[in-house]
Design a protein around this ligand. Structure first.
Ligand SMILES: Nc1nc2c(c(=O)[nH]1)N(C=O)[C@@H](CNc1ccc(C(=O)N[C@@H](CCC(=O)O)C(=O)O)cc1)CN2
Ligand SMILES: Nc1ncnc2c1ncn2[C@@H]1O[C@H](COP(=O)(O)OP(=O)(O)OP(=O)(O)O)[C@@H](O)[C@H]1O
Length: 235
Protein backbone atom coordinates (compact mmCIF):
# COMPACT_ATOMS: atom_id res chain seq x y z
CA UNK A 1 0.00 0.00 0.00
CA UNK A 2 1.27 3.47 -0.80
CA UNK A 3 0.45 6.71 0.94
CA UNK A 4 -1.51 8.08 -2.01
CA UNK A 5 -4.73 6.88 -0.40
CA UNK A 6 -4.22 9.33 2.47
CA UNK A 7 -4.85 12.21 0.10
CA UNK A 8 -8.16 11.03 -1.27
CA UNK A 9 -11.12 13.28 -0.67
CA UNK A 10 -14.02 12.23 1.50
CA UNK A 11 -15.75 9.18 0.06
CA UNK A 12 -19.42 8.37 0.13
CA UNK A 13 -20.66 4.88 0.83
CA UNK A 14 -23.80 3.10 -0.23
CA UNK A 15 -23.66 0.60 2.62
CA UNK A 16 -23.16 1.14 6.33
CA UNK A 17 -19.53 0.98 7.41
CA UNK A 18 -18.37 -1.72 9.75
CA UNK A 19 -20.50 -0.90 12.82
CA UNK A 20 -18.72 2.42 13.15
CA UNK A 21 -22.11 4.01 13.63
CA UNK A 22 -22.76 1.79 16.64
CA UNK A 23 -19.38 1.77 18.28
CA UNK A 24 -18.05 4.44 20.60
CA UNK A 25 -14.96 5.83 18.79
CA UNK A 26 -13.05 5.79 22.08
CA UNK A 27 -13.65 2.04 22.30
CA UNK A 28 -12.02 1.53 18.92
CA UNK A 29 -9.14 3.80 19.91
CA UNK A 30 -10.14 6.30 17.24
CA UNK A 31 -10.32 10.00 18.02
CA UNK A 32 -12.35 10.51 14.85
CA UNK A 33 -13.49 7.91 12.33
CA UNK A 34 -11.47 9.47 9.51
CA UNK A 35 -8.63 11.27 11.28
CA UNK A 36 -5.95 11.17 8.53
CA UNK A 37 -3.02 10.47 10.85
CA UNK A 38 -4.80 7.70 12.66
CA UNK A 39 -5.85 6.28 9.32
CA UNK A 40 -2.25 6.25 8.10
CA UNK A 41 -1.24 4.44 11.32
CA UNK A 42 -4.01 1.87 10.82
CA UNK A 43 -2.98 1.27 7.21
CA UNK A 44 0.65 0.77 8.30
CA UNK A 45 -0.46 -1.63 11.03
CA UNK A 46 -2.62 -3.55 8.56
CA UNK A 47 0.27 -3.96 6.14
CA UNK A 48 2.41 -5.59 8.84
CA UNK A 49 -0.51 -7.68 10.11
CA UNK A 50 -1.27 -8.96 6.57
CA UNK A 51 2.34 -10.05 6.14
CA UNK A 52 2.30 -11.80 9.53
CA UNK A 53 -1.00 -13.59 8.88
CA UNK A 54 -0.10 -14.70 5.35
CA UNK A 55 3.25 -16.07 6.58
CA UNK A 56 1.49 -17.90 9.44
CA UNK A 57 -1.02 -19.36 6.96
CA UNK A 58 1.68 -20.56 4.59
CA UNK A 59 3.48 -22.14 7.56
CA UNK A 60 0.54 -24.52 8.06
CA UNK A 61 1.53 -27.79 6.33
CA UNK A 62 -0.29 -28.11 3.00
CA UNK A 63 -2.03 -31.37 3.96
CA UNK A 64 -3.39 -29.67 7.10
CA UNK A 65 -4.57 -26.72 5.00
CA UNK A 66 -6.28 -29.18 2.66
CA UNK A 67 -8.05 -30.92 5.55
CA UNK A 68 -9.16 -27.59 7.03
CA UNK A 69 -10.29 -26.49 3.57
CA UNK A 70 -12.55 -29.56 3.28
CA UNK A 71 -13.97 -28.84 6.73
CA UNK A 72 -14.54 -25.19 5.80
CA UNK A 73 -16.39 -26.32 2.64
CA UNK A 74 -18.61 -28.64 4.74
CA UNK A 75 -19.33 -25.86 7.26
CA UNK A 76 -20.04 -23.43 4.44
CA UNK A 77 -22.53 -25.82 2.85
CA UNK A 78 -24.32 -26.02 6.19
CA UNK A 79 -24.25 -22.24 6.68
CA UNK A 80 -25.55 -21.55 3.17
CA UNK A 81 -28.42 -24.00 3.10
CA UNK A 82 -30.33 -24.44 -0.14
CA UNK A 83 -28.43 -22.90 -3.05
CA UNK A 84 -30.82 -23.90 -5.85
CA UNK A 85 -31.44 -20.86 -8.06
CA UNK A 86 -28.83 -18.73 -6.29
CA UNK A 87 -25.68 -17.24 -7.81
CA UNK A 88 -22.69 -17.76 -5.53
CA UNK A 89 -19.39 -15.96 -6.12
CA UNK A 90 -16.49 -18.19 -5.03
CA UNK A 91 -12.79 -17.50 -5.81
CA UNK A 92 -9.69 -19.05 -7.34
CA UNK A 93 -7.40 -19.85 -4.37
CA UNK A 94 -3.90 -18.43 -3.96
CA UNK A 95 -1.32 -17.83 -1.19
CA UNK A 96 -2.61 -20.76 0.86
CA UNK A 97 -6.30 -19.75 0.89
CA UNK A 98 -8.81 -22.55 1.53
CA UNK A 99 -9.38 -24.38 -1.76
CA UNK A 100 -13.15 -24.27 -2.42
CA UNK A 101 -13.11 -25.58 -5.98
CA UNK A 102 -14.99 -28.74 -4.97
CA UNK A 103 -17.46 -26.59 -3.07
CA UNK A 104 -18.04 -24.67 -6.31
CA UNK A 105 -18.90 -27.94 -8.06
CA UNK A 106 -21.19 -28.81 -5.15
CA UNK A 107 -23.12 -25.56 -5.69
CA UNK A 108 -23.53 -26.35 -9.40
CA UNK A 109 -24.61 -29.92 -8.63
CA UNK A 110 -27.41 -28.54 -6.42
CA UNK A 111 -28.79 -26.12 -8.97
CA UNK A 112 -26.84 -23.00 -8.03
CA UNK A 113 -24.91 -20.81 -10.44
CA UNK A 114 -21.32 -19.89 -9.68
CA UNK A 115 -19.13 -16.89 -10.48
CA UNK A 116 -15.59 -15.66 -9.86
CA UNK A 117 -14.50 -12.12 -8.97
CA UNK A 118 -12.44 -10.36 -11.63
CA UNK A 119 -10.09 -7.42 -11.04
CA UNK A 120 -10.67 -4.86 -13.81
CA UNK A 121 -8.36 -2.15 -12.46
CA UNK A 122 -6.69 -1.24 -9.18
CA UNK A 123 -9.17 1.41 -8.04
CA UNK A 124 -12.35 -0.09 -9.52
CA UNK A 125 -14.88 -2.48 -7.97
CA UNK A 126 -14.53 -6.15 -8.86
CA UNK A 127 -16.72 -7.54 -11.62
CA UNK A 128 -18.31 -10.97 -11.14
CA UNK A 129 -18.31 -13.31 -14.13
CA UNK A 130 -20.23 -16.58 -14.33
CA UNK A 131 -17.84 -19.53 -14.20
CA UNK A 132 -18.12 -23.31 -13.77
CA UNK A 133 -15.50 -26.05 -13.73
CA UNK A 134 -13.76 -26.75 -17.05
CA UNK A 135 -14.63 -23.36 -18.54
CA UNK A 136 -11.59 -21.40 -19.74
CA UNK A 137 -9.67 -19.04 -17.46
CA UNK A 138 -7.08 -16.46 -18.42
CA UNK A 139 -4.40 -14.82 -16.29
CA UNK A 140 -5.63 -11.39 -15.31
CA UNK A 141 -4.36 -8.61 -13.03
CA UNK A 142 -1.75 -9.94 -10.54
CA UNK A 143 -1.79 -13.17 -12.57
CA UNK A 144 -5.07 -14.24 -10.96
CA UNK A 145 -6.90 -16.74 -13.21
CA UNK A 146 -10.22 -15.21 -14.22
CA UNK A 147 -12.96 -15.88 -16.80
CA UNK A 148 -12.38 -13.30 -19.53
CA UNK A 149 -15.40 -13.76 -21.74
CA UNK A 150 -18.19 -15.14 -19.57
CA UNK A 151 -21.34 -13.18 -18.80
CA UNK A 152 -21.17 -10.61 -16.05
CA UNK A 153 -23.28 -11.25 -12.95
CA UNK A 154 -24.35 -7.85 -11.68
CA UNK A 155 -25.29 -8.87 -8.15
CA UNK A 156 -24.50 -12.35 -6.86
CA UNK A 157 -26.87 -13.55 -4.14
CA UNK A 158 -23.93 -14.78 -2.08
CA UNK A 159 -20.29 -13.65 -2.02
CA UNK A 160 -17.67 -15.93 -0.50
CA UNK A 161 -14.78 -13.69 0.58
CA UNK A 162 -11.46 -15.30 1.55
CA UNK A 163 -9.90 -13.48 4.49
CA UNK A 164 -6.31 -12.79 5.44
CA UNK A 165 -7.68 -11.79 8.85
CA UNK A 166 -11.06 -11.21 10.47
CA UNK A 167 -12.12 -9.62 13.73
CA UNK A 168 -14.82 -9.92 16.38
CA UNK A 169 -17.17 -7.76 14.31
CA UNK A 170 -16.53 -9.98 11.24
CA UNK A 171 -14.71 -7.14 9.53
CA UNK A 172 -12.30 -8.39 6.88
CA UNK A 173 -8.60 -7.85 6.36
CA UNK A 174 -7.72 -8.78 2.77
CA UNK A 175 -4.70 -8.23 0.56
CA UNK A 176 -4.95 -4.46 0.74
CA UNK A 177 -6.57 -3.55 -2.55
CA UNK A 178 -9.87 -2.64 -0.88
CA UNK A 179 -11.67 -4.61 -3.59
CA UNK A 180 -14.40 -6.37 -1.65
CA UNK A 181 -15.39 -3.26 0.31
CA UNK A 182 -15.37 -1.12 -2.84
CA UNK A 183 -17.44 -3.74 -4.64
CA UNK A 184 -20.03 -4.22 -1.88
CA UNK A 185 -20.41 -0.44 -1.54
CA UNK A 186 -21.12 -0.14 -5.28
CA UNK A 187 -23.58 -3.04 -5.68
CA UNK A 188 -27.23 -2.14 -6.18
CA UNK A 189 -28.30 -4.90 -3.78
CA UNK A 190 -26.29 -6.20 -0.85
CA UNK A 191 -25.45 -9.93 -1.23
CA UNK A 192 -25.02 -12.25 1.74
CA UNK A 193 -21.29 -12.18 2.48
CA UNK A 194 -19.58 -15.24 3.95
CA UNK A 195 -15.96 -14.78 4.96
CA UNK A 196 -13.85 -17.94 4.84
CA UNK A 197 -10.49 -18.60 6.46
CA UNK A 198 -8.58 -20.76 8.88
CA UNK A 199 -9.16 -20.00 12.54
CA UNK A 200 -5.57 -18.66 12.80
CA UNK A 201 -6.89 -15.64 10.89
CA UNK A 202 -8.98 -14.51 13.88
CA UNK A 203 -7.74 -11.28 15.49
CA UNK A 204 -9.49 -9.02 18.02
CA UNK A 205 -9.84 -6.00 15.73
CA UNK A 206 -8.79 -4.79 12.28
CA UNK A 207 -9.36 -1.18 13.55
CA UNK A 208 -12.37 -0.75 11.25
CA UNK A 209 -12.38 2.34 9.06
CA UNK A 210 -15.45 3.99 7.54
CA UNK A 211 -15.02 2.01 4.30
CA UNK A 212 -14.89 -1.42 6.00
CA UNK A 213 -18.12 -3.37 5.58
CA UNK A 214 -18.75 -6.23 8.02
CA UNK A 215 -19.35 -9.72 6.64
CA UNK A 216 -22.46 -11.60 7.74
CA UNK A 217 -20.45 -14.50 9.21
CA UNK A 218 -17.00 -16.06 8.90
CA UNK A 219 -16.67 -19.79 8.31
CA UNK A 220 -13.56 -21.55 9.64
CA UNK A 221 -12.60 -25.21 10.06
CA UNK A 222 -14.09 -24.99 13.57
CA UNK A 223 -17.50 -23.68 12.55
CA UNK A 224 -19.47 -20.54 11.88
CA UNK A 225 -18.47 -17.30 13.61
CA UNK A 226 -21.07 -14.51 13.90
CA UNK A 227 -20.25 -10.87 14.66
CA UNK A 228 -20.04 -10.33 18.41
CA UNK A 229 -21.67 -6.91 18.58
CA UNK A 230 -23.68 -7.06 15.38
CA UNK A 231 -26.52 -9.43 16.17
CA UNK A 232 -29.11 -6.66 15.80
CA UNK A 233 -27.66 -5.18 12.61
CA UNK A 234 -30.21 -4.91 9.81
CA UNK A 235 -29.68 -7.57 7.15
N1 LIG B 1 -8.48 -15.87 -4.31
C1 LIG B 1 -8.77 -14.58 -4.27
N2 LIG B 1 -9.18 -13.96 -5.37
C2 LIG B 1 -9.45 -12.64 -5.31
C3 LIG B 1 -9.33 -11.89 -4.11
C4 LIG B 1 -8.89 -12.59 -2.95
O1 LIG B 1 -8.77 -12.02 -1.85
N3 LIG B 1 -8.62 -13.93 -3.07
N4 LIG B 1 -9.60 -10.55 -4.12
C5 LIG B 1 -10.04 -9.83 -3.03
O2 LIG B 1 -10.08 -8.66 -3.01
C6 LIG B 1 -9.47 -9.86 -5.40
C7 LIG B 1 -7.98 -9.68 -5.69
N5 LIG B 1 -7.38 -8.86 -4.71
C8 LIG B 1 -6.03 -8.65 -4.59
C9 LIG B 1 -5.60 -7.50 -3.99
C10 LIG B 1 -4.26 -7.21 -3.90
C11 LIG B 1 -3.33 -8.12 -4.38
C12 LIG B 1 -1.87 -7.84 -4.32
O3 LIG B 1 -1.07 -8.64 -4.71
N6 LIG B 1 -1.50 -6.70 -3.81
C13 LIG B 1 -0.12 -6.25 -3.72
C14 LIG B 1 -0.04 -4.91 -3.05
C15 LIG B 1 -1.15 -3.99 -3.50
C16 LIG B 1 -1.03 -2.60 -2.96
O4 LIG B 1 -0.47 -2.38 -1.86
O5 LIG B 1 -1.56 -1.69 -3.60
C17 LIG B 1 0.69 -7.23 -2.90
O6 LIG B 1 0.12 -7.86 -1.99
O7 LIG B 1 1.88 -7.35 -3.20
C18 LIG B 1 -3.75 -9.29 -4.98
C19 LIG B 1 -5.11 -9.56 -5.08
C20 LIG B 1 -10.18 -10.65 -6.45
N7 LIG B 1 -9.80 -12.02 -6.46
N1 LIG C 1 -15.73 1.83 -0.93
C1 LIG C 1 -14.51 2.30 -1.17
N2 LIG C 1 -14.31 3.39 -1.93
C2 LIG C 1 -13.08 3.89 -2.16
N3 LIG C 1 -11.95 3.32 -1.66
C3 LIG C 1 -12.08 2.23 -0.92
C4 LIG C 1 -13.35 1.65 -0.63
N4 LIG C 1 -13.15 0.55 0.13
C5 LIG C 1 -11.81 0.47 0.32
N5 LIG C 1 -11.17 1.46 -0.30
C6 LIG C 1 -9.72 1.73 -0.26
O1 LIG C 1 -8.94 0.56 -0.47
C7 LIG C 1 -7.74 0.62 0.30
C8 LIG C 1 -7.46 -0.70 1.00
O2 LIG C 1 -8.50 -1.00 1.89
P1 LIG C 1 -8.38 -2.19 2.96
O3 LIG C 1 -7.19 -2.00 3.84
O4 LIG C 1 -9.70 -2.31 3.65
O5 LIG C 1 -8.13 -3.45 1.98
P2 LIG C 1 -8.49 -4.99 2.13
O6 LIG C 1 -9.91 -5.15 2.52
O7 LIG C 1 -7.48 -5.59 3.02
O8 LIG C 1 -8.25 -5.50 0.61
P3 LIG C 1 -8.97 -6.54 -0.41
O9 LIG C 1 -10.48 -6.37 -0.30
O10 LIG C 1 -8.50 -6.15 -1.78
O11 LIG C 1 -8.58 -7.91 -0.08
C9 LIG C 1 -7.90 1.78 1.28
O12 LIG C 1 -7.03 2.83 0.88
C10 LIG C 1 -9.34 2.19 1.13
O13 LIG C 1 -9.52 3.58 1.27
Amino acid sequence: MTSHSDNEGPATYASPPCFMHEVDPAYMGLAEPSDPRQRADVMRWRKAERARLIAARLAIPSEVRRRHGDQIAANLEEALGDVAGLTVSVYWPFRGEPDLREFLEHVNARGGRTALPVVIARDKPLVFRAWSKDEPLERGVWNIPAPAENAEVVTPDVVIAPVVGFDLLCCRLGYGGGFFDRTLAALPKRPRVFGVGYKQAAIPTIYPQPHDIAMDVVVTEDGIVAPEAGADRAA
